[in-house]
Structure formats: structure tokens, C-alpha cells
Design a protein around this ligand. Structure first.
Ligand code: HEC
Length: 96
């Protein structure tokens, strides 16, 4: 019985150690994926460079709930859209 417990502990601990890694993938990639998946439910997604960042903020307020995004997901999508918006240079480092 002791051996079984030790085995289980050894088998499970590495999985727990890996878990935090799953919770923090790159924010930009997350936002891009959410945008592509959720904001395409009703219409072809607009290009991020179609609007300046301030307009994207307003658009997300309006359409985030329709796409079923949580507040956190909405922030991720907004980060992504701002970084690629028509006035992106005000928010993003060159090249990002
Ligand atoms: C439930 C359906 C639905 C989903 C999901 C959806 N949209 Fe829309 N979207 C619409 C409709 C319908 C319009 C046309 C204008 C209107 O009636 O509000 C529109 C228009 C737009 C426009 C054009 C500007 C405007 O207000 O007319 C933008 C930008 C936009 N959507 C962004 C988004 C983004 C960003 C998401 C993801 C967070 C999203 N949409 C998800 C239905 C949706």
C-alpha cells in the first residue's frame, strides 16, 4: 500500500509542476486566437488595422458579450487588437 501511494505521488507531482506553465501562454497569441475563434461567429472578423485602438475598445465593449467573452478574455483580445490597430505605434513596440 505504501508503495502504491509513493508511486501515485511520483506520478502526480510532475503533472502539478507542469500545470502553471499551461496557465501563462503568451498573451498576444491567446488574444489572437480568441479573436479569430469568437469574433468570427457572426461575421468575418474585421482586420485589426481597420480601426484605431480607442474604437476597438468601444467595439469590444459592445461585441465582447455577444461573443461570450469573459472580462479577462476581452482584455486579451483588446491587447491583441490594440497592438495591431491603425494607430498601433502608440501602444506597441516596433515589430510586435
Ligand atoms: C452574436 C453575433 C456577433 C458576434 C459574436 C460578434 N459580432 Fe461583431 N457584429 C455583429 C453584427 C450583427 C454587426 C453589425 C452591426 C450591428 O448590428 O451591431 C457587427 C459589427 C461589428 C463591427 C463593425 C462596427 C459596428 O459596430 O458596426 C465590428 C468592429 C465588430 N462587429 C467587432 C466584433 C468583435 C471584436 C467581436 C468579438 C468580440 C464580434 N464583433 C463578435 C454581430 C456579432
Amino acid at each position: 500500500m505504501k508503495t502504491l501511494l509513493a508511486f501515485l505521488a511520483l506520478a502526480i507531482l510532475p503533472l502539478l509542476a507542469l500545470a502553471p506553465g499551461c496557465a501563462s501562454p503568451s498573451r498576444g497569441a491567446d488574444g489572437a486566437a480568441l479573436y479569430a475563434n469568437r469574433c468570427s461567429l457572426c461575421h468575418t472578423p474585421y482586420s485589426p488595422s481597420d480601426f484605431p485602438s480607442g474604437v476597438w475598445a468601444a467595439n469590444l465593449k459592445r461585441y465582447g458579450p455577444r461573443a461570450g467573452l469573459s472580462e479577462r478574455q476581452r482584455d486579451l483580445v483588446l491587447d491583441y487588437l490594440r497592438a495591431h490597430s491603425s494607430d498601433a505605434s502608440a501602444f506597441a513596440a516596433p515589430g510586435s
